[in-house]
Design a protein around this ligand. Sequence first.
Ligand SMILES: Nc1nc2c(ncn2[C@@H]2O[C@H](COP(=O)(O)OP(=O)(O)OP(=O)(O)O)[C@@H](O)[C@H]2O)c(=O)[nH]1
Length: 438
Amino acid sequence: MILRRLLLGLLLSTLLALYANENWMTRTVVIDASSHKLGQIAAVNDQEEGGHSVARVEPQGSGWVLHCDIKTGYEWPFCDLQIRLGIGTQGIDLTQFDSLRLWVRASGPEPRQQVRVFLRNFDPAYSSSKSVADLKPHEVVFDPAAEAQPVEFRLAQFMVASWWVQEHPLPTPLLGPQLSRVTLLSLTTGGQVVSGEHKIYLDRAEFVGLWVQPATFRLGVIAVWVLSMGLFLLWDWRRSRLRLSRTLRRKRELQKANARLVMRSDEYEAKAHHDGLTGLSNRTGLQHDLKLLIRAQEELLFPLAIVFVDIDHFKRINDTLGHDAGDEVLKFFALNLKANIQREDLLARWGGEEFVLMMPQTTETEAVAVAERLRQHLTGLAWPSGLQVTSSFGVAQAESEATIEAAVSAADQAMYRAKRLGRNRVEHGASAQDAETT
Ligand SMILES: Nc1nc2c(ncn2[C@@H]2O[C@H](COP(=O)(O)OP(=O)(O)OP(=O)(O)O)[C@@H](O)[C@H]2O)c(=O)[nH]1
């Protein structure tokens, strides 16, 4: 948005600047009675050339009037109103100007009273500081009465007077117009003047030019555009780099946050799948592990032996020794169960003082033997607080994933049968009584 505004601003400024360059950025050198003292003005006649014409200048209005009495004597009689420009032979550099405006009138005995305008240039190659005749004259001739005032000439219209070139042979490079050191502006009577009273009135003259030539100005405008584009590209490149590094930083932060979340979710999952007291899997954990095993190696899993283990009269331990002692018994029980089974067996706390053992690739008969070994081992342990702890076992077998649920139920039933039959024993398979209960 800002960029669009800047671009629009630059575009409008460019159009305005181009217009201003040609219309408002003009400079003007004014020549009139207030800018030039009478000492800088001279009336010259043809007497030095052997003529008899008489010329004199006097101020009038904002400028001057040249009174000229043309008399025969010289072949080309004339009177000249000369205005000094600049200081000494330095003159003024008119190459920076485009035109000359003149507020001029002329009167005299001719039907078309012509005036010649000269711009005389100094160049040490052909001029001496003393003689006006050595200054290269650039000339236009016109009839002021036929023109609207002010009369405007382009400086390019001024041509080097051919009669002067004939009298001053020049090397080729110096032949053309030269306006870099113009020391004199003169208004002269016409080339074929007739005898009598002539007057040339000059109210004002102006050299007009542009401060900066359009070609140079346009180059400047192009430079501004190129610079702006360059700056924009630099700024855009820096912005893209900043954006990129910001995005990368955010990505890294996200990755870190993600890793933290994954870690936390792993922790929660571990907590959800484990029993806090014994460190064994809980029922959810067991189901999860079982699912993984079925997915990974179902054919190696079955027959799957399922053993339910329940501590006998556990409530009494709690009641007599307290809940903490009960916890210690549970931990000790779990530890010893774990220590006496194989690595690939799954052991979980099913709930309360009840545990489940699942043994892959194990038949019911083999599991009964394992259960018996465990029962004896657990019974023979030195229990905390000198307790005598026994446990009851129920064993069943699952042939496939579809029969696991039934086998779990059968093992649970068998364990309860072991309880009913006096505890501290191993039971397996379904009995008639179990079938009745289910
Ligand atoms: N200390 C402790 N006690 C528990 C925990 N979980 C369950 N219990 C207790 O275990 C006892 C189980 O009692 P019962 O279901 O009557 O079983 P039992 O006393 O072992 O009797 P039988 O199983 O029939 O031999 C209850 O008093 C529960 O409060 C536990 O995490 N810690």
